[in-house]
Design a protein around this ligand. Structure first.
Ligand code: SF4
Length: 423
């Protein structure tokens, strides 16, 4: 449910969102028990809860390309996995079926692109090198190369291919690998008497508030910049990974089993997802020691959260705790994000930066059309283009950037190949 259609504010949508030209194509997913409790509690506190936008089809739907999607059955499988019901929108399910019918389209599965091949001048791509499942290497010639892998992999390919100057954190020069940022999360587990049915969910089924995101609130007394959203997601009920247990529960044995039986159907969590500010000492580069299966240097990530991230996250967590208490629970667990950063517990996959877009080649990898400053027939698309990690999940913006770049390629670049921005 959109909150701002052509300037008209909708009471059940997000009142803080920007003006959009039309509503979402489908109504929101059905609310879970937890979502309804969250909504009521947040409204009582004067906040503005709204259904999180989801790529799960709440109704049968035929998209503008004619691809039919089924209605979501709330099986809760798709937070991390594919959907067998064709109810989860992604490029594979909504665009690929149309491309497969085109005579001029072909694709290779099970292959790894390992390099963009440049000509002798180093300013023009000739194609890409890739390996198939048997390790055989091929060169695919190309007039135009578009890197649209995961954020980190795009940066890895740029570094391996020698496109753009690698970032050096000591001299603060170079651009490829610069502006890496993550997302900072926390949660408040909520234990209630009501039945939660956690296994009835969908990958993006949730209710959120945006009252503490971006500039939606007064930062004056707080001592940090940025913010994030607070939400209650009902994404599924994987019993090992997605259970919640009260504090002081034994970690194994009969006591643990008893607590699991008592709480699995009576628990949920209010989570926070906050922005992270890019810092000079957070970056991606080629690892000097470790190599991948092809003998290429692996990508190395150097990162820790910074003071602003923790201060902002503590603030968001206190607001999430307020909502959790207003849900009238029998108990809660407040799980703040504590230093130092560790890559081991899953937090999010929302990595950004490394190939930032901008208007100055000294501080960005691609121009505003996501075209490489250094090799104009290479475009780079993904969350790697973000100079900072905002208080939202990146997917929507990545999709918008993909359309933006595709439009520039079709309407500008193909008519006159070359740099689309002069400096
Ligand atoms: S919950 Fe996810 S996997 Fe299950 S039907 Fe809905 S979209 Fe598909």
């Amino acid at each position: 449910m959109a909150g701002n259609v052509a300037g008209e504010r909708r009471p059940d949508g997000n009142p803080f969102e920007g003006n959009r030209s039309r509503d979402y194509p489908l109504p929101p997913l059905e609310r879970s028990a937890g979502s309804l409790m969250f909504d009521k509690a947040a409204r009582e506190l004067g906040y503005h809860p709204f259904p999180g936008p989801a790529a799960n089809a709440s109704r049968p739907y035929k998209n503008p390309l004619g691809v039919q999607m089924g209605q979501c059955t709330y099986c809760g499988y798709c937070e991390w996995f594919g959907c067998g019901n064709n109810s989860k929108a992604s490029p594979q399910s909504t665009i690929l079926p149309v491309l497969l019918k085109k005579d001029n389209f072909s694709y290779r599965t099970g292959c790894d692109v390992t390099r963009v091949v440049l000509d002798g001048s180093g300013t023009k791509a000739k194609g890409v090198l890739y390996r198939d499942l048997e390790g055989r290497e091929f060169e695919q010639p190309a007039e135009l190369v578009i890197l649209c892998a995961f954020a980190h992999h795009n940066v890895h390919l740029l570094l391996l291919s020698g496109i753009g100057k690698p970032y050096d954190p000591v001299s603060n020069t170079g651009v490829v690998g610069r502006n890496y940022a993550y997302q900072i999360t926390s949660a408040v587990e909520v234990f209630v008497d009501e039945l939660m049915n956690p296994y009835m969910g969908a990958g993006a089924l949730g209710q959120a508030v945006d009252d503490f995101n971006g500039d939606n609130f007064d930062h004056g007394p707080e001592g940090f910049i940025g913010g994030g959203y607070i939400a209650l997601w009902t994404t599924g009920g994987r019993p090992i990974l997605q259970h919640h247990l009260p504090q002081d529960t034994p970690t194994w044995g009969a006591g643990w089993k008893k607590a699991m039986a008592e709480n699995y159907l009576h628990s949920t969590a209010v989570s926070t997802h906050g922005n992270v500010v890019s810092h000079r000492n957070a970056y991606l580069d080629l690892d000097p020691t470790y190599k991948d299966i092809y003998g290429n240097p692996m990508l190395r990530l150097t990162f820790d959260f910074h003071a602003n991230d923790y201060r902002m996250s503590d603030y968001l967590t206190s607001k999430a705790e307020g909502i959790a208490r207003a849900m009238k629970p029998r108990s809660i667990n407040v799980k703040k994000r504590k230093p130092p950063y560790s890559i081991i517990p899953y937090q999010t996959t929302h990595n950004t930066g490394g190939a930032a877009m901008g208007d100055d080649p000294r501080t960005s990898v691609v121009n505003r059309y996501l075209q490489s400053w250094d090799v104009p027939n290479v475009f780079v698309v993904g969350a790697c283009n973000f100079p900072q990690n905002p208080g939202y999940n990146p997917t929507g913006t990545v999709g918008a950037l993909a359309y933006w770049a595709a439009d520039a390629i079709r309407t500008r670049y193909l008519k006159r190949p070359g740099p689309l921005v002069q400096v």
